[in-house]
Design a binder for this molecule. Structure first.
Ligand code: MLT
Length: 387
């Protein structure tokens, strides 16, 4: 490839656009196509939705799907790393309940780093992925008041052990496990430039360790315009308050007319239905077809798109990954939407850790990507003198 190819022309109009569309690096774990959506190392996400989460982790780190032997080795490897320092869990118990679960996660990642980092990006990345299950399940149980954390059994598998440690009161653990396995694979990675991934790589470019970098990344994910959108989406679906398609269409029209936002639709890069939403709609038909909120979300898939398409200024009227995720989690017994971004983070930690390893260890023939240092065009900075 000609290294002098012009990839993007930056003009004055490009400034203060949030780097939208700026090619700033190479990514080797996934790609987001505007019409096809995300693929992991070339595999369309829909083809991967039912694989073992550990197989998807192996794929993002090794750039090949594992053989049966390799998947067993990967599961054993992650299980061997799962031990969380008890001081982390004891410290979680001291955190203020008012804190959002994502604030607890950001704190918890720093606690994991303080008690277990090695400084090696690959070691810390795999340790973090493995230990995030117990960290997040403990946050869920302690903050929800469900009771003491449930002892970890890593031999069950990453997500299976997570569900075991959650101990969701009254939940169908088989259904919840099936949902969270797919939820995990769908949310792991989404190209190199989404805010949480970009933030994690930027912090790591200064040679901060994986734990500090992932804590920063999760702070990015915490934003309501990014990972916390799934929490807002369920709250929005609840406000619709009907499963009747005509009433739903009218609700959408009234919401737009009053300047409101239709949560779960649109995307900065995608210009078609997010295939991660497509997979979830199908899963909902299998797991909770009669759930009223799922019926509402399903009707929104048609009627909200119909209304949004009427506005030529809307570049993407289609559902994104958040459009139906909350309704599925709610139907499976995880009824507190405040925890949904925590589940997004559980999965995204894997993709970000893998991309940090690529940038720190593999890229530029092992020299790694230099520290991120973009430039800003100065305004109102003409030379002045005191006095
Ligand atoms: C994601 O999965 O990170 C979201 O779709 C946001 C994005 O891709 O920018």
């Amino acid at each position: 490839m000609d290294d002098d190819n012009v990839l993007f022309t930056i003009t004055e109009k490009s400034l203060n656009t949030g780097l939208r569309g700026f090619p700033v690096g190479r990514v080797r774990t996934s790609r987001v196509d505007a019409s096809e959506g995300v693929s992991y190392v070339g595999y369309p996400i829909a083809d991967l939705a039912s694989i073992d989460p550990e197989a998807a982790i192996y794929l993002l780190f090794n750039k090949e799907l594992p053989s049966d032997d390799e998947i067993s080795g990967c599961k054993s490897n992650l299980a061997s790393r799962a031990k969380v320092d008890p001081r982390v869990i004891e410290t979680l118990k001291l955190l203020p309940r008012e804190g959002h679960p994502m604030e607890w996660l950001i704190t918890g990642l720093s606690l994991l780093g303080m008690t277990g980092k090695t400084g090696d990006f690959m070691e810390d990345g795999l340790n973090l992925i493995s230990r995030s299950a117990e960290l997040i399940a403990s946050i869920y149980r302690i903050r929800s008041g469900w009771g003491e954390p449930i002892p970890s059994d890593p031999s069950l598998g990453l997500v299976e052990n997570f569900v075991h440690m959650l101990g969701v009161p009254g939940a169908d653990e088989e259904k919840l496990t099936k949902l969270l396995r797919t939820f995990y694979v769908l949310h792991m990675d989404h190209g190199g430039g989404n805010l949480s991934t970009f933030t994690g790589k930027a912090v790591a470019s200064g040679h901060a360790d994986q734990y500090a970098s992932l804590a920063a990344a999760m702070a990015g994910l915490y934003g309501p315009l990014h990972g916390r959108a799934n929490q807002e989406c369920l709250n929005f679906v609840k406000k619709v308050g009907t499963t009747d398609p005509d009433e739903i269409e009218q609700f959408v029209r009234d919401t737009l007319a009053s300047g409101g936002k239709i949560f779960g639709f649109g995307h900065a890069v995608l210009r078609a239905e997010d295939p991660r939403a497509t997979v979830q709609y199908a899963l909902g038909q299998e797991l909770c077809p009669d759930d009223p909120l799922f019926k509402t979300a399903l009707a929104m898939r048609e009627r909200a798109v119909k209304v949004l398409k009427e506005n030529p200024k809307i570049s993407n009227p289609y559902p994104n990954v958040d459009a139906v995720s909350g309704t599925l989690l709610n139907a499976a017994g995880l009824v507190d939407a405040e925890y949904y971004t925590l589940l997004f983070g559980f999965a995204r930690i894997a993709g970000i850790a893998a991309q940090i390893v690529d940038e720190r260890v593999h890229m530029r023939n092992g020299r790694g990507v230099p520290i991120y240092r973009c430039s800003y065009k100065a305004e109102n900075q003409e030379p002045r003198r005191l006095g």
